[in-house]
Ligand binder design. Structure first.
Ligand code: ADP
Ligand code: ZN
Length: 520
């Protein structure tokens, strides 16, 4: 049967050979066994079920949350001469009736369907009348309540096992820390599934995380120096910032387009189409852009704001360099990002448990930003790959981060927060540390404090760097109400008592520019 698979790979899909672990996954399905496939975006997950769908008798049912992309997939498959269809609420009744008819007649190889539709009694009855080749559950991490793509309907998919015994199921995802993996197995009842996990390393992507100074200017310099004519994606947190940035880049002579959920579907489609089909277009977007986008020659992904988690960072940066050629993952972040995300989290309506998980994810992301050793190593370790050596292709490898003994500075900073009553934001506290006497400081009598003016050895920017690192590492918390008030945490105690010393990053004043030829 694997010979048949190899033949179809070439004849139908036009590929020379399988990528790892496609062949093994396909064999497992052909043997009628369940499987869980974890592969990075662009790794080639679709083929793992598309090919068996052609070999096993009956129709393969593909569960996907992305209704918008179903039609694209069906069209693409049809071009290869594969009989594929989809069922969703956007279709006319007559189309649905015709599709159902074909399914009953056994004239389909693949059926794409959203989970809520699949789980309707009517659909399940329809499928009971058909021969089912396999069930593929795409984007399986949607089953995880802690993930950012949680879909309640996914929780019901375990029912497929009982309703269609003997039909192999394959769950696929690109996002999986061990915890999510386990959750997929439990919730979908995939206890006996074979697991296939392909490495997460994307060696051609160069990771760089710098300090935010004047973000747009920094971006402009990066584009000018390194990607004057390349296609890329610039991620921003808010719609407003997306629009501003896109407009500004256009003024500077770049072909930049905005993309966010607030734009009309027509405009979104238009912009996406231009990005995919033309050369050198820059997409400025919120995270709404990207799922299912397959453009091989994206040369850079830039972040002007901090992603909420390492998973999100990995997924977004992973859209660069799918063709295997050198690509950049470039980001700038600063104190305000940390404060902003912390506040959003604290102010959200989510349950305490959920907030706790989100907080941990943000901590991990901050950890990655502040790390002084290899970024790739840390990134891969986050996904459970601990065996990697320093990569030589990230900023911390290319240019070791200078560190300094920040114990004394940290103590001064923390004391100043304490002495001013834990009621002020970072800008104000820095004024007192440096010993400035604006009206407010004098009015409040803070020029009389023992901590007043004890921090003259550093300038404002350096103090901001100290505060950023203290917040990022959890020595200081930021209030939820949105005023940016700094407060001490339990973690400060040993530092204040002099029992713990702190090594801090020395932030680079200048952004280093790397040349392509430096890629190993
Ligand atoms: P994923 O779903 O994992 O993000 P896809 O299934 O969309 O990835 O595949 C990503 C790209 O890789 C597609 O352009 C696909 O055509 C290509 N691809 C998949 N398998 C192979 C293969 N064996 N040989 C060459 N290209 C492949
Ligand atoms: Zn490295």
């Amino acid at each position: 049967m694997m010979e048949r698979a190899q033949q179809l790979l070439q004849d139908v899909f036009g590929y020379e050979q399988f990528r790892t672990p496609q062949a093994e996954v396909i064999e497992t399905l052909l043997n009628g066994q369940d499987s869980l496939v974890v592969m990075p975006t662009g790794g080639g997950k679709s083929l793992c079920y598309q090919l068996p769908a052609l070999i096993r008798p009956g129709v393969a049912v593909i569960v996907s949350p992305l209704i918008a992309l179903m039609q694209d997939q069906v069209s693409a498959l049809s071009q290869w001469g594969i009989r594929a269809c989809c069922l969703n609420s956007s279709l006319d009744y007559s189309v649905i009736a015709e599709t159902e008819h074909q399914l009953r007649a056994g004239g389909m190889d693949l059926l794409y369907i959203a989970p809520e539709r699949l789980l309707q009694a009517r659909t399940l009855d329809l499928l009971s009348e058909c021969q089912i080749a396999l069930f593929a559950i795409d984007e399986a991490h949607c089953v995880s309540q802690w993930g950012h793509d949680f879909r309640p309907e996914y929780l019901q998919l375990f029912k497929l096992r009982e309703r269609f015994p003997g039909v192999p199921r394959i769950a696929l995802t690109a996002t999986a820390d061990e915890r999510t993996r386990q959750e997929i197995i439990n919730r979908l009842e995939l206890t006996d599934a074979e697991r296939f996990v392909r490495g997460f390393d994307r060696p051609n992507i160069r990771y760089r995380i710098g300090q935010k100074d004047r973000a747009k200017e920094q971006l402009l310099k990066f584009l000018k120096d390194e990607h004057p004519k390349d296609a890329g994606v610039v991620y921003c947190l808010s719609r407003k910032r997306v629009e501003e940035t896109a407009e500004w880049l256009c003024e500077k002579g770049y072909d930049a387009l905005p993309y966010h959920a607030g734009l009309s579907p027509d405009l979104r489609n238009h912009n996406q189409h231009r990005f995919l089909t033309e050369e050198g277009v820059i997409m400025v977007a919120t995270v709404a852009f990207g799922m299912g986008i397959d453009k091989p020659n994206v040369r850079f992904v830039a972040h002007l704001d901090l992603p909420k988690s390492v998973e999100a960072y990995y997924q977004e940066t992973g859209r660069a360099g799918r063709d295997g050629q050198p690509a950049d993952a470039w980001m700038v972040y600063g104190l305000q990002d940390v404060i902003f995300l912390r506040q959003m989290l604290a102010g959200s309506q989510a349950s305490d448990m959920h907030k706790q998980v989100e907080r941990q994810k943000l901590e991990a992301m901050l950890g990655l930003c502040e790390i002084t050793s290899c970024r790739r190593q840390a990134l891969l370790a986050y996904f459970g790959e601990n065996e990697h050596a320093a990569c030589g292709n990230c900023d911390t490898c290319l240019e070791p981060v200078p560190v300094w003994d920040g114990t004394e500075a940290a103590r001064k900073a923390l004391s100043a927060v304490f002495r001013t009553g834990q009621r002020y934001g970072v800008t104000y506290v820095i004024e007192t540390l440096i010993g400035n006497r604006p009206e407010r400081v004098v009015q409040l009598g803070h020029d009389k404090l023992t901590t007043f003016g004890i921090g003259k050895e550093l300038d404002k920017k350096q103090w901001r760097s100290v505060f950023r690192q203290l917040v990022a590492r959890g020595y200081l918390s930021v209030d939820a109400e949105g005023h940016g008030v700094l407060q001490l945490t339990e973690k400060c105690r040993p530092v204040l008592k002099g029992a713990e010393s702190l090594e801090l990053r020395k932030d680079q004043r200048k952004q280093t520019q790397y040349r392509r030829s430096q890629v190993p």
